[in-house]
Structure formats: C-alpha cells, structure tokens
Design a protein around this ligand. Structure first.
Ligand code: SF4
Length: 462
C-alpha cells in the first residue's frame, strides 16, 4: 500500500475498530494492567486454548507465581502442576526457562526490544508483538490466526495463510494499519473482533464495526476466507495402558511412572503404557461378546462391572474383541516386564481414551492389572513369571512383536534391561502412589481423565 492507501485504510478500518473496542470489550484479568509479565503469561496460555479455559488457570498461576522471579525460582514440578489441564506442557517449560533468562540476564524486567524479546524461549513473533504493543505500546503487529482471518476477509486476501510468505505479508499489512500511539489498543481490538464478531464460522457481519468496506462481505465470500491448506492429520498410535492397583502394603495405591527428562511430555507422570504393534488390536471385533460388550453396552460383559462412567467408548479398544484384547494384554505384560522390569498381570479391559498431540494421536486401551506375586523382584523371577504367564494366558501373541525397542518393544531378553532395574524393589521412575499423592503430581490430561473415571467407578461400587 502507498501512503495514501494506508491513510484510507486507517480511516476506514483502524479507527472505527479502535473506537468500537474502546466503547466496550471483554473484562479479562490480564487486561486489568499493562504488566508485561501478565501479558506474556496470558498470551502463552492462550495459544491453542480458549479464553474461558484460560481465565481460572491464569488467576491461579498469578497467585502462585506473581512475578517473573517467583516463576523463575519455583520448582519445575510446581509449575507443571499449575499448568495441569491446559495441555501442551512444553509451553510451561519454555515459559519458566524464559523467566529464568529474564531474571538472570534482564534484571527481572521483561525486555521490550525486538531482539531481547525474541531471544526468550517459546516467544514467537506473535507473542513478541503482543507484549511489545500491549505492555509497551510499541508499534509492532501481533498476528495470530484470528488476525489473519479478519484481515484476509476485510482485504479479500486469497493466499494460503498456512504459508510463511502469507504470514509475513499480513504482518506487514497489520503494521501499516496501526494508528499512531495506539498499538496496544489496536492490536487488542483486532484480536477482539476475530474472537467475538469475525469468527471462523458464520461471521456476524451486521454488528461488525468495519462491515461497510469489508471486501469479503461485499463480495459475499466472508465464510470462504481465509484459505488454508489442510494440515496432515496426526498419526495414530495404539497403546496399551496398565492401571495397576497395589495389594498388601500397597493396597489402595496406584502404580505410576515418571517420563524421561527429554522428549514428549518430559518429566510428567503417567500410567505405565507401551506402544502396540500395528494391527494387534485390529480384528476379532465382536461387540456382542466378552470385554468389548462392556464398551458397546455398559452393564454386560466381563469388563462392565468395573467400567467407569464418563469415558468415551470410541477408539481402539471399543472396536476390539476379546481375542484382540487378550493379545494386547499379553503384549503389555511382557513388554513392561522386559523393557522396564515391571511385572504386572493384566486382568481385563477397562476403557478407551484418546490423547491428541499436534503430530500424533494416542489411542489408548486401558487394562486393569494386578502386580505379579513377587512384583518388585524385578528382572528375576517376577519378570519371567509375568512374561511366561501372560504368554500362556493370552496365547503368546506378545512374542511376535515387530515394534522396535523403546516404542513398545518386543518382549523377551531386552538389551539394557539390567540398567533399568531400580533399587528398593521398584523399577526406576516407578512409584506406588496413594490417591492423595496422585493429586500432587502433574499428569497429562488423558491420564487425569482415566484416573478420575477409574476412581469414580470404584466409588460407585462402594
Ligand atoms: S464484515 Fe464480516 S467478514 Fe468483514 S470483518 Fe466484519 S465480520 Fe468479518
């Protein structure tokens, strides 16, 4: 746009939008001040998460970590626990790493230069623009999906917004639209319009403050835009989960393990689980019989009595029949014993659950298990016992695995098994936890849902 076009666009678009925003907008906790730390935390929480979901998390987070320094100094476990339920936990880890950086290298003050702010872990161009404009009123654009949608429609832009070149073009356009000294208000106004009026489906054009000159509305194409190439769907991974309730001294406790320090969901807690070989749960589907009947019609079948309420029957397990579940249970027992020295005996299918990452979808079949009689004497009798018993019990399907080690490995003599044995009778990273203790640990959402449903199921029977 040349200077004249810029001025016209500001007059027709930016100023009416700003006036509309100032006349009344949503009262959100992070809008009550221009504290850069508040804005930063809120923007990280709002990534891929709805405003209504974020509000209670934000308030609690600010109570726990009211300043950058408090967040920087907190134990990571506490930060993850405060984030529990929001998902995408790398956001919380990056936020804390960046807070430590701000404490150590910026005197505890969130930087306001593009270079300083871009150097913080987890802060991309959108978050940087939001902090600089809202907290420091610097004329920087903050372009997210909402803003791309609004501008694509208003200016009838037909480029694919998934392309980096389109984003760069829209950032340039958004920068040119910022009215002098009004960066914070204008960027928030754009976000507000995208969130409340120019929504993805059925935009509300009639009350829209910029409807008069909106090119997409005038062309009758508002609902077609923006154009976006379809992302690849997440790759499904079938997994078997062991829900093991302790006996004897561990009665009333649940077996959990902590994830490795690196990688997906690093250091979070979970129920033990293994990846199943491709196709192991396929076939044998018979919703009218045995365990699968519990999914199709609660109240029937072996699993029905303990099938918790509130869990979807969709997913790998619900479609699987008793034979497939038998194979999965055999594989689960043998793989946990061989890979980690956790000797457990699966008893029955309980439920299915699903966990979506951006690139993977876990389809989880959850099995109630009991510890092998000498659970804890890992790598010796218990391991052999679990593997042998499960193979005999479930037809030895576990021995045929083709899954590589570390991804639901083939049971049997596992290289490195000796290193995986812990002292004190439990494999390393494994713990027996009471329900009260479980409440203190940070779990990915899917395991919280499983544990909650299981607990409710138990309570329902008492
Ligand atoms: S007129 Fe309709 S399509 Fe255009 S910006 Fe407003 S809500 Fe969006």
């Amino acid at each position: 746009m040349d200077k004249q076009q810029e001025e016209l666009a500001q007059e027709r678009f930016s100023l009416p939008l700003l006036t509309w925003y100032k006349a009344g907008n949503r009262d959100l906790p992070w809008r009550r001040s221009r504290n850069p730390y508040h804005i930063w935390v809120s923007e990280i929480m709002l990534q891929q998460t709805r405003v209504e979901t974020v509000i209670p998390f934000f308030n609690r987070f600010m109570e726990l970590f009211p300043t950058v320094d408090k967040l920087a100094d907190a134990p990571e476990e506490q930060v993850l626990k405060a984030w529990e339920g929001l998902g995408y936990y790398s956001r919380a880890r990056n936020l804390q790493a960046a807070a430590r950086d701000v404490r150590d290298h910026f005197g505890g003050v969130v930087p306001h230069t593009p270079e300083g702010i871009a150097s913080l872990k987890g802060v991309g161009p959108y978050t940087a623009g939001a902090i600089m404009s809202i907290a420091y009123n610097l004329p920087e654009p903050a372009v997210d999906g909402n803003v791309m949608r609004v501008l694509s429609r208003y200016f009838l832009l037909e480029e694919d917004i998934a392309k980096p070149s389109t984003r760069i073009g829209i950032e340039k356009l958004a920068r040119s639209l910022i009215p002098e000294s009004e960066a914070g208000g204008f960027n928030q106004a754009l976000m507000e319009l995208g969130a409340t009026i120019c929504t993805p489906k059925s935009p509300h054009c009639l009350p829209c403050p910029v409807m008069e000159h909106c090119a997409a509305r005038l062309a009758g194409r508002a609902e077609e835009l923006p154009l976006k190439a379809k992302a690849k769907p997440p790759r499904p991974e079938h997994r078997a989960v062991a829900l093991v309730e302790g006996t004897g001294a561990n009665a009333g406790r649940i077996l959990v393990r902590q994830r490795p320090v690196e990688g997906l969901l690093a250091r979070m807690w979970e129920l033990p689980h293994v990846q199943l070989p491709e196709g192991l749960l396929a076939g044998g589907g018979d919703a009218g019989d045995g365990i699968s009947a519990a999914a199709a019609s609660p109240g029937r079948g072996r699993g029905a009595a303990r099938r918790p309420r509130g869990l979807a029957a969709a997913g790998s397990g619900a479609a699987a029949g008793p034979e497939a579940h038998g194979r999965a249970m055999g594989f689960l027992a043998a793989a946990l014993a061989a890979e980690e020295g956790a000797a457990v005996l699966p008893v029955e299918w309980l439920m299915d659950a699903e966990h979506l990452f951006s690139h993977i979808r876990w389809d989880l079949a959850v099995y109630r298990c009991r510890p092998a009689p000498d659970f804890g004497a890992v790598g010796t009798a218990a391991q052999g016992y679990a593997a042998a018993e499960s193979a005999a019990w479930y037809g030895g399907a576990a021995a045929d695995s083709a899954v590589p080690m570390g991804q639901g490995a083939a049971p049997g003599a596992a290289p490195g098994m000796a290193q995986s044995r812990g002292s004190g009778g439990l494999p390393p990273r494994y713990r027996w936890m009471s329900w009260e203790e479980l409440d203190q640990l940070a779990f990915p959402n899917v395991f919280l849902r499983i544990l909650k449903a299981y607990r409710e199921g138990i309570q329902g029977q008492q």
